[in-house]
Design a protein around this ligand. Structure first.
Ligand SMILES: *[C@@H]1O[C@H](CO)[C@@H](O)[C@H](O)[C@H]1NC(C)=O
Length: 243
């Protein structure tokens, strides 16, 4: 009995004292640096961390982001509705950090990443694109080449359950530009041969289509990434990220 109590005591003490630490590949920045220097530090930090952080951090219970499993979402283009579920996004770990701006006085941040992304999901489509009826459900694949995702967000410091300050980002505003997008929907109109022609039309008009359906994709991707980054922030004290 005593042994059990001691064991429980040890486990709970370990639980309290064992605060999560920053993965060693994330180098802290100085919070007192002028904002240009701070941004340069965050940029170097993000460049070094991206290929590793996107592989996941098991000790912080952060899953891999390459592939990144997305929550189900719907993208609209006029009357056309594209519902996606079981979506997996590949490519985040090889994206390039193009810009990082942080301002701890105004409490704002911005990050731009660039590269190629591939998404595979189950889809259900309904509605019309350029008067063509597109109804069906099946597999969707989307290749997004030379894609730049820009994330603007606000920053705050909050006291965690551990009694110390943590960073949190919120009010995320993502935008995107594409160099080129290629997409394929299997089984349009129940697999009729016209499906190939419709896919061709969709690809010929990818820029107009993705002006409408692109933002929902970016939102789904960036909110998931944002969630994972905040999982890191909520576990690692502010004082370990900024010294
Ligand atoms: C993205 O894809 C294009 C076309 O296949 C290729 O030329 C380019 O090198 C790729 N970029 C990266 C960062 O992999």
């Amino acid at each position: 009995m005593l042994a059990v109590k001691l064991f429980v005591l040890c486990v709970s003490v370990a639980g309290f004292s064992d605060a999560a630490h920053l993965p060693s590949y994330i180098k802290p920045c100085s919070k007192d640096a002028p904002k240009e220097q701070l941004s340069a530090c965050i940029m170097a930090q993000a460049k070094a961390a991206l290929p590793l952080f996107t592989k996941g951090v098991p000790e912080l219970n952060i899953d891999t982001m390459d592939p990144l499993a997305l929550d189900p979402f719907t993208a609209n283009a006029g009357t056309f509705k594209l519902r996606e579920k079981n979506a997996l996004l590949r490519g985040l770990s090889t994206m390039e950090v193009r810009e990082a701006k942080w301002d701890l006085e105004k409490n704002t941040g911005q990050m731009k990443i660039f590269g190629n992304l591939t998404l595979n999901s189950d889809y259900e489509a309904d509605g019309r694109v350029l008067v063509i009826p597109i109804t069906g459900s099946g597999k969707l694949s989307v290749q997004m080449y030379n894609t730049e995702i820009s994330l603007k967000y606000k920053i705050k410091r909050v006291k965690g359950p551990d009694g110390v300050e943590h960073l949190a980002t919120y009010d995320l505003k993502p935008t995107q530009t594409y160099g080129h997008v290629h997409l394929h929907l299997s089984n349009i109109l129940g697999g009729a041969a016209i499906g190939d022609t419709i896919n061709q039309v969709l690809n010929d008009n990818w820029r107009d289509l993705f002006r409408d359906v692109g933002p929902s994709h970016t939102k789904s991707i960036s909110h998931k990434v944002h969630e994972y980054i905040n999982k890191l922030y909520s576990q690692v004290p502010f004082d370990e990220l900024f010294v």
